[in-house]
Design a binder for this molecule. Structure first.
Ligand SMILES: Nc1ncnc2c1ncn2[C@@H]1O[C@H](COP(=O)(O)OP(=O)(O)OP(=O)(O)O)[C@@H](O)[C@H]1O
Ligand SMILES: [Mg+2]
Length: 327
């Protein structure tokens, strides 16, 4: 891994205070003052960048929200979407997975993807990351159709849109700290002590303080996911995709991760997609939901619209979910 070039070393401005309406995410009080200041500046920088990116996408023209949302950024006063699926089809040898699926996410919003096992929730996220290509349709990210993108172009998209995998997908052979430092080192503009401070601050923020020197294999599933979130934040993304972030961990860890994701949404102006089975979590977080069923976006709308829907299939899904969730 390349050492940061000290000639190009960037000064995080010590005078820079988070704007009143744009506070940096809280960092625990027991970080030393210098570390706290560095990580707060880092997060404030991310929040500002996201706000600017969101405004640019909102104002952009040409993006079409497809069947569900009408034209975006076309002077009708509605912001354009940050991400949209436009009539997406995807099949594997086993059969059709998605058939004419459309939905969108506005900048800074959170979309929850709901649906039974095997309906294509993870495949949808993986298409957004460019790991799979749709057979037909358009996937727009920040105003660009990414479907025809080469791997090199997708690497650029992945700087803006990052994914938190269920198992964390951490690099197994390097320490937790180095995993989080990885995106920071790729910037080549931070000094080693700044990198270490940001790593410490991010780990503290996601609830795994002091675990820098452990290997990923030393961590529980929930802790790995926390570290994956810290690594995602280290790349200052505009959008984060979470695949089942609160499952397979104990209820307390699930609650902590849920609160963290909610906090990041508001404080960093992050655009997020969350695949979840947990309706309580979805209700807390989602601006919109898409319910995938038998290859189709059976429902797409706000949480209120979902509650008012009299679609029996959707109702059955929600009722079953209420039964399996502990009180
Ligand atoms: N690489 C692949 N090759 C063949 N089929 C695949 C591949 N990846 C996914 N599928 C199939 O696509 C369908 C959707 O899978 P996906 O993983 O998106 O489901 P999911 O909605 O995320 O389910 P779960 O809630 O269990 O995670 C499944 O039938 C799966 O078997
Ligand atoms: Mg899945």
């Amino acid at each position: 891994m390349a050492e940061p070039d000290s000639n190009q070393e960037r000064k995080l401005d010590p005078e820079k205070q988070p704007k009143q309406d744009n506070p940096a995410p809280e960092t625990p009080a027991d970080l030393d003052p210098e570390t706290r200041e560095t990580v707060q500046e880092f997060m404030a920088e991310a929040a500002e960048q996201n706000e600017a990116a969101n405004e640019a996408v909102s104002a952009g023209d040409g993006a079409d929200r497809g069947a569900t949302g009408g034209k975006a950024g076309n002077g009708d006063g509605k912001p354009g979407p940050y991400i949209s699926f436009e009539h997406i089809y995807k099949s594997f040898s086993g059969g059709d997975v998605l058939k004419d699926v459309s939905f969108f996410i506005l900048p800074g919003e959170t979309l929850c993807i709901l649906g039974r096992s095997g309906v294509g929730k993870s495949v949808s996220l993986q298409m957004l990351m460019g790991f799979y290509k749709p057979d037909k349709g358009q996937i727009m990210v920040a105003g660009e159709d990414i479907c025809g993108y080469t791997e090199k172009q997708m690497q650029e998209v992945r700087r803006k849109v990052t994914m938190v995998f269920q198992n964390g997908a951490l690099f197994d052979s390097i320490s937790v700290g180095e995993n989080v430092a990885f995106p920071l080192r790729e910037r080549h503009d931070l000094a080693e002590d700044q990198i270490q401070q940001v790593v410490r601050g991010l780990l503290e923020m996601v609830g795994v303080a002091g675990m820098e020197d452990l290997l990923p294999s030393d961590l529980s599933t929930g802790m790995k996911r926390s570290v994956a979130i810290a690594r995602a934040l280290a790349s200052q993304p505009e959008a984060v995709l979470y695949d089942e972030p609160t499952t397979m961990v104990d209820p307390l860890m699930g609650h902590l991760l849920g609160n963290l994701i909610a906090r990041l949404k508001t404080q960093l102006h992050l655009t997020s997609i969350v695949v979840t089975h947990d309706m309580r979590f979805a209700r807390k977080l989602a601006d919109r939901v898409v319910f995938l069923h038998q290859g189709e976006a059976r429902f797409f709308g706000t949480m209120d619209e979902m509650d008012q829907s009299d679609d029996p299939v959707l109702k059955e899904f929600l009722d079953l979910d209420a039964l399996v969730l502990p009180a």
